[in-house]
Design a protein around this ligand. Structure first.
Ligand code: ARG
Ligand code: ZN
Ligand code: CA
Length: 256
């Protein structure tokens, strides 16, 4: 299939009233949606920074994201849910995903991409659940100051790329280095991304060679590496194919 797939999104803003900055603005939320709709359509303004050798691999995944206009009960909504919490912060334990643990319950995971935005502790920018997991915890969690491009978004994570990266996982993409801790033994199961040893951070200089992947080296400007927001600019054709396969398989309920 080559049609554009539109994913309805609900953003749960889980905020502690003692820290009002956590209650991010509608505008900051919309700035994140704008970045997603650029990055997943290869319409990002920085796409021209992809090194020449990899330009033919730049993919338009033909996936779009829209704030939901209908709640699960059919009533009109702006796709934004605001929930107060008495918790000072959350971590990777899925606590933010349930009202019982101080968070907000998900909307049905087969019809909505649930995005929770909150304070995360321990330097965590975000985390995602891969396809095939329990519906009650399905979706993506993002630190409020790594969400969108305005408001509380703070450099070097104010380019909206944390959500681009985490939604890549939600659509079955692995880290580009294969999570093998430098061993070069496993990869991301995508043929057109070079095998690379470990994660890159900050703003690397091209080329950065590892795992015998010269002369071009690591594709550290891929959204599935760990570089800064203004140093990542592409998904490849192979990654796009893998995400589209997820939308025909485990997440086929979004193909309406
Ligand atoms: N899961 C990663 C973390 O928490 C997200 C990295 C996102 N990278 C970025 N440039 N925004 O560290
Ligand atoms: Zn990741
Ligand atoms: Ca690869």
């Amino acid at each position: 299939i080559t049609d554009i797939v539109t994913i309805p999104v609900v953003v749960h803003v889980v905020h502690d009233p003692r820290a009002p900055e956590q209650n991010i603005s509608d505008e900051q939320i919309r700035s994140q949606l704008t970045v997603l709709n650029q990055d997943y359509r290869a319409a990002n303004p920085d796409a021209g920074k992809v090194p020449e050798v990899w330009r033919p691999l730049v993919a338009d995944a033909r996936i779009e994201f829209r704030l939901a206009d209908r709640a699960p009960d059919g009533t009109p909504t702006d796709g934004i849910v605001r929930a107060e919490t008495d918790r000072r912060g959350f971590t990777w334990d899925d606590g933010v995903k349930s009202k019982r643990t101080g968070g907000a319950d998900p909307w049905p995971a087969d019809q909505y991409l649930n995005l929770w935005v909150c304070r995360l502790t321990g330097g965590l920018l975000g985390y995602a659940q891969f396809p095939g997991g329990p519906p009650q915890t399905d979706g993506v969690v993002i630190l409020h100051s790594a969400f969108g491009t305005s408001g509380t978004a703070a450099a070097p994570y104010n380019g909206g790329r944390t959500a681009t990266h985490e939604i890549g996982h939600w659509l079955d993409l692995y880290h580009i280095w294969g999570d093998d801790d430098g061993a070069c033994s496993s990869d991301d199961k995508v043929a057109d991304t070079p095998n690379q040893a470990g994660e890159n951070t900050g703003v690397p200089k091209f080329p950065h060679i590892s795992c015998d992947n010269g002369p071009n080296g690591d594709m550290f400007m891929n959204y599935m590496d760990y570089t800064d927001d203004d140093a990542m600019f592409l998904f490849t054709q192979g990654q796009s194919t893998r995400m589209r396969a997820c939308l025909e398989g485990a997440r086929a309920s979004f193909m309406v």
